[in-house]
Write a new protein. Structure first.
Length: 378
């Protein structure tokens, strides 16, 4: 029973009590029994010097975040377990073996039988539900096979087949819903991730015989070759497409993409993800939450360098044979080394939701990939 004094509250107070209360700020970014990972924050101290101990701290952050997610959430996603399994297997030589518990969590989501999927339409957009989950699962399983076992597994093959069942009629992969920059953005970005999955799986593409699957792969290639870019992010992603499927990107397109990427490097040596697109061009459906968050950031008028885009720029250049000694890469590496935080991670402002700041995890995974490609993880 409510106390009598409740009846004496003013009308405005009653209405306030009925209004939905904001969710309390979480205490930790990741948490499970025996592991607590603090929330990322902009004022976390930076490392005094980048080196072996800070590399170990970054590896621990990635492992801890992934294992917490598996034990507490048990779903494949684009911001924690997705980046973990897509990038961590390639770092086994430098950081030790990736966690088999994360692999097992992915494997159990692969359907026992591949069936045709049902297309959905909403607001005039046709799409297959769960396409991005299927793609991220397939990338992670394929990268594990490539870098850990060295051979194609039955579950990876089945995951790739199931993924292709979610392909749209034009050859693309479409994700409907709230944008999560940078990993659920344009159709080109998502379809490129699918291309990565089929090329990473050991010998899968070269040995593919199934006529329907071959036709789907060819349709995906044709779409990627001809799709008009939605924003500058799509334009620079041609560099990554050139790495996965070089036959799809002629040299003039590569040169133009590299020139565009180079032109966006900041004076401090870094790059910024927000420079890559007008706010409303990231996705065909931008939620008010995302628009208000990004447009309300203190540096909205002149965005500062960030860890994800700086790392990704280095990755793209290295994947396109730009030497480590190149001034652009050296300046980017210097930015990364001085921006690492004492927890091991690279902090970054969320461009999706500000509560857990999972983009910090994505940025850290990408930073470790960039450093590895420059032989900096000693």
């Amino acid at each position: 029973m409510k106390p009598i004094c409740f009846l004496l509250l003013s009308t405005s107070a009653v209405f306030a009590a009925d209004a939905p209360k904001p969710k309390p700020k979480p205490e930790f970014q990741y948490q499970t029994e025996g592991i607590q990972v603090s929330l990322p924050r902009a004022d976390e101290p930076k490392v005094k010097a980048f080196g072996p101990e800070t590399i170990k701290a970054a590896a621990k952050y990635l492992d801890d975040g992934a294992i917490c997610w598996v034990r507490e959430k048990t779903c494949v996603n684009c911001h924690t377990t997705g980046p973990y399994l897509s990038e961590r297997p390639a770092l086994a030589r430098q950081l030790g073996m990736p966690l088999e518990e994360v692999l097992a969590d992915f494997v159990k989501t692969v359907p026992a039988e591949v069936k045709p999927q049902k297309e959905t339409e909403k607001d005039g957009i046709k799409y297959y539900g769960g396409s991005w989950t299927s793609i991220w699962r397939s990338i992670g399983l394929a990268e594990w096979d490539k870098h850990v076992t060295g051979k194609l597994s039955a579950h990876t093959e089945r995951s790739l087949q199931e993924m292709l069942m979610r392909q749209s009629a034009d050859g693309s992969f479409v994700s409907y819903g709230e944008v999560e920059i940078p990993h659920i953005t344009t159709d080109f970005e998502l379809t490129l991730q699918a291309a990565r999955a089929v090329t990473a799986a050991p010998a899968w593409l070269s040995s593919l015989k199934d006529p329907e699957l071959l036709a789907r792969v060819e349709k995906m290639k044709a779409w990627l070759r001809n799709a008009p870019p939605k924003n500058d992010f799509d334009r620079i992603l041609r560099l990554q497409l050139a790495y996965y499927m070089p036959e799809l990107v002629p040299q003039p397109q590569r040169d133009a993409a590299l020139s565009l990427l180079s032109s966006k490097q900041h004076a401090d040596g870094g790059w910024c993800l927000r420079d890559m697109s007008a706010l409303n061009d990231w996705h065909f459906k931008m939620s008010d939450t995302v628009v208000k968050l990004i447009s309300g950031l203190p540096d909205a008028a002149s965005p500062e360098s960030d860890a994800y885009m700086t790392s990704f720029a280095i990755v793209l250049m290295r994947q396109n044979n730009v030497p480590v000694s190149d001034e652009r890469i050296q300046r980017g590496l210097a930015w990364l080394k001085r921006e690492q935080r004492v927890s091991g991670r690279w902090w970054m402002q969320s461009l999706y939701r500000g509560n857990y700041s999972y983009i910090t995890y994505i940025a850290t995974a990408q930073a470790m990939k960039a450093l590895a490609l420059c032989d900096e993880l000693h």
